[in-house]
Design a protein around this ligand. Structure first.
Ligand SMILES: NC(=O)c1ccc[n+]([C@@H]2O[C@H](COP(=O)([O-])OP(=O)(O)OC[C@H]3O[C@@H](n4cnc5c(N)ncnc54)[C@H](O)[C@@H]3O)[C@@H](O)[C@H]2O)c1
Length: 349
């Protein structure tokens, strides 16, 4: 398997493969870039079909963190970790402690946090042996409500740009994934008077959204072709692809999932189809912004974090406007804006 020539490798500074026989830990930790500060990004626990799939995923995710942290104006670099295997079978306190010891070996080059299938409680178990984890209980805690807030504001910014108003009342949003972020988001959208069409692999989550947020449930593969104004991907990545783009009837794609475009050219295809795309790492930065405030010299403050999350609205409007001015797709403009910041070592340098 080639590594350095993978397009996803993209000059990663460090990629660490680690295992612990006793606990069954198999993990890959990727540090993409530390120009703006130490690499920070969550850890995902997933039963990958192959080690190669896990590697490609972690490389894509860690590069995404470099761009996300830079564009959000945080003094963090980009990194990510994946733990390979079935979380239902493998999760144990010993495994998270073993993961914590692996983080210690990296001496603060990378700080980990929660992501898909990892909870704050899991992170606290790692924290019992390492300081190189963030998103801690009693400090910034669960990032999901902040990610949901940022995504909600990003959806409003997209509506403002596309429809001339950021009022979501009466609009129909198709939400894929009712997990930690998706469910908080549904609550906000429902409170604003939006109509919801939802799907998830978990029937209990669907029942909850139907009961509490008057959502209409559809099958897993039916979500792409529904009659809606905005598609809100909140599950896994790559759902904007050759298969789904012809099906979309929406005018906007704006959700919290990482790596929504299967390939960069799918962002071009959205532009050609007149669909406004809110670049994933710009709209879903709320959680990492919240975590950033754990480092604040006065101690963590939810008020400061919330105020910073609100900047996502303006960042997205800037991306959309610049994309229009330069007649380029929004994902390219977000990349250019992030690269400009990374090159100078931080937004405020
Ligand atoms: N948690 C955060 O703060 C945060 C921050 C930034 C980005 N994200 C990204 O947002 C996405 C969701 O994160 P989360 O923390 O809510 O994860 P989660 O695991 O809590 O939720 C994911 C949900 O998607 C559902 N799902 C999985 N496969 C599906 C499929 N094929 N079709 C429909 N639903 C499916 C799951 O059942 C679950 O309800 C991920 O891509 C994650 O990387 C999360």
């Amino acid at each position: 398997m080639s590594v350095f020539s993978q397009v996803e490798f993209d000059n990663h500074e460090q990629v660490v493969f680690c295992s612990d026989q006793e606990t069954g830990l198999k993990a890959i930790i990727a540090v993409h870039n530390t120009n703006c500060g130490p690499a920070v990004g969550g850890c995902r626990f997933w039963n990958y079909a192959s080690d190669e799939d896990a590697l490609i995923d972690v490389l894509r995710l860690s590069k995404g963190m470099t761009y996300k942290n830079a564009l959000a104006g945080l003094n963090f670099g980009g990194g990510k970790a994946v733990i390979i295997g079935d979380p239902k079978k493998l999760k144990s306190e010993a495994l998270f402690k073993a993961f914590g010891h692996k983080l210690n070996n990296m001496n603060g080059t990378y700080y980990s946090a929660e992501d898909v299938n990892i909870t704050t409680a899991d992170i606290m178990q790692a924290h019992s042996v390492t300081d190189y984890v963030v998103g801690l209980e009693g400090q910034s805690g669960n990032p999901a409500p902040f990610t949901a807030l940022g995504t909600y504001l990003g959806i409003k910014a997209a509506a403002k740009h596309k429809f001339g108003s950021d009022n979501l009342e009466g609009l129909t949003l198709s939400v894929q994934g009712l997990g930690s972020v998706g469910m908080y988001l549904c609550e906000r959208l429902h409170n604003d008077g939006a109509k919801l069409i939802v799907t998830d692999i978990n029937n209990d989550s669907i029942d909850y959204a139907v009961t509490h947020y008057a959502a209409t449930a559809v099958g897993l593969n039916d979500i792409y072709a529904v009659d809606a104004d905005i598609y809100v991907p909140c599950a896994l990545g790559a759902t904007v692809n050759d298969d789904t783009i012809p099906q979309f009837k929406v005018k906007i794609i704006a959700g919290c999932a990482n790596n929504q475009l299967a390939k960069p050219h799918h962002g071009d295809a959205l532009k050609d189809k007149g669909i406004l795309y809110a670049p994933d790492y710009a709209i879903n930065a709320g959680g990492i912004i919240n975590i950033f405030f754990e480092q604040d010299e006065d101690g963590y403050s939810a008020e400061k974090a919330t105020a910073k999350v609100h900047e996502i609205y303006d960042t997205l409007l800037e991306i959309f406007q610049r994309a229009d001015n330069e007649n380029r797709p929004t994902h390219e403009i977000a990349d250019i804006m992030a690269q400009e910041i990374i090159a100078k070592g931080g937004k405020y340098k």
